[in-house]
Design a protein around this ligand. Sequence first.
Ligand code: NAD
Length: 491
Amino acid sequence: MVMVDRIADGEVARNYVGGEWREATGDESGDVVNPATGERVGTVPFSSADDEDEAVALANEAFAEWSSTAVEERIQPLFRLKSLLEEHQESLAEVLVTEHGKTKREAMGEIRRGIENVEVACGVPSTMQAGHLPHAAPDIDETAVRQPLGTVVAVTPFNFPAMIPLWFLPYAVATGNTFVLKPSERDPFTPNRIAELVDEAGFPDGVVNVVHGGPDTVNRLITHDGVEAVSFVGSTPIAEHVYETAAGAGKRVQAQGGAKNHVVVSANADLAYAAEKTCSSAFANAGQRCLANPVAVVEDAVYDEFVDRLVAEAEAMEVGPGLDEGTDMGPLVSGPHRDSVLEYVEAGVEEGAEVLLDGRERDVPEEGYHLGPTVFGDVDPDASVAREEIFGPVLALLRAEDFDDALSLVNRSRYGNAASLFTRDGGEARRFRLEVDAGNVGVNVGTAAPMAFFHFGGDKDSFFGDLHAQGDDAVRFYTDETVYIERWPDA
Ligand code: NAD
């Protein structure tokens, strides 16, 4: 029986290729560090071009049989994978916390979100159907079918090392494609443990593969002759680069980028509820979420009361190691990333924002990359802390004259991943849904995360492509539609 083991001392992350575990043979490697202690826990050797060629070749080979396997049979290993993920959720969460830093509760929630995508992909016998119309023209019947593409690649970021690979893997293979994952080099053991469960679930060799590496591996995979489509999630500059490079090489591409989401607190909002949800949205996962709301635009009439409530919520958060009971916010993922967040905090002070809560002054464990939550008040909408993605526990409060002013402050952002409104006024909620420029829109929801059976939105510089991850969009992204036009004159 498969076990999900803790990261062994000095463990080396291996590739999973053609159903076998192999060490990558590239010249470079990366350290895997426990962000709660700053200690190196393992190594990830990067793949060479030969490793990638082999993975793609074995995936191409497996495609011939897998794509013609009955769909009902293709989803059976996914049902087993769902059970295995549930059975090992807790030990997988511990691996995840060790290399990422988030709290165990957050890791458990992340894995649950991933499992939901496996569940939705199990519905592919229904969702993959297209259409049929007898008598489409005189004596002509027409049928549209969705066919798998071939070998598809997913490149994923560090902040959700379990969930984001599962945004893609289940749909890609359920629709009959073969799959190569290039996970983040910062937390490779979680996707590897998932690959162990994939192996146990009984997918044929070569249907699911994992290759580790950095930018060179990505750039070779996304232009590889044997690859048909690329799914990417990461920061905006890399998403744009991946979109342009892979599309230029003739691939189908969906590339999800960075974010700077806003929440609007209307004068009509339930302020206690809005403060609680805004706080958790800004600081969960230490702010390292593409759906976090690091900017709150608050109507002047309720600004002071909202600030008092919000700061009290943020002050009450326990900062510490993610595996400790009672921790509300874990460390940042790495030393350099914490330094970059600290630079933004300093910039916020220099740019004249009011420091309502200073994360630098929080008493946090000395080891590791902890930082307390920072709240800036009366931030200039043009300040860097209001506009740029910080990806850390820093919340900027903007004061708006009224609802119209708040809406226009939100829509000035170059990003459009998500936006939320807190209100008790239905008319305002309707206007917000219709007028806000964001792909995931929340009303009285702190973090606008769609369930797996809906697509995961994203607009403006937060998304490059047409079809999104999750739900029907995922099925359409991983399939090509063909139309059969038939006439049987003697029938
Ligand atoms: P990142 O862009 O640094 O890395 C993402 C992936 O790209 C990794 O696998 C990495 O190896 C690869 N990569 C890095 N540099 C590259 C290069 N020059 N060429 C080719 N590949 C390269 O992102 P990250 O720091 O791992 O993750 C955080 C970012 O991801 C944030 O900007 C966050 O908003 C974004 N994100 C977006 C979503 C979304 O749904 N829109 C979800 C999660 C995270």
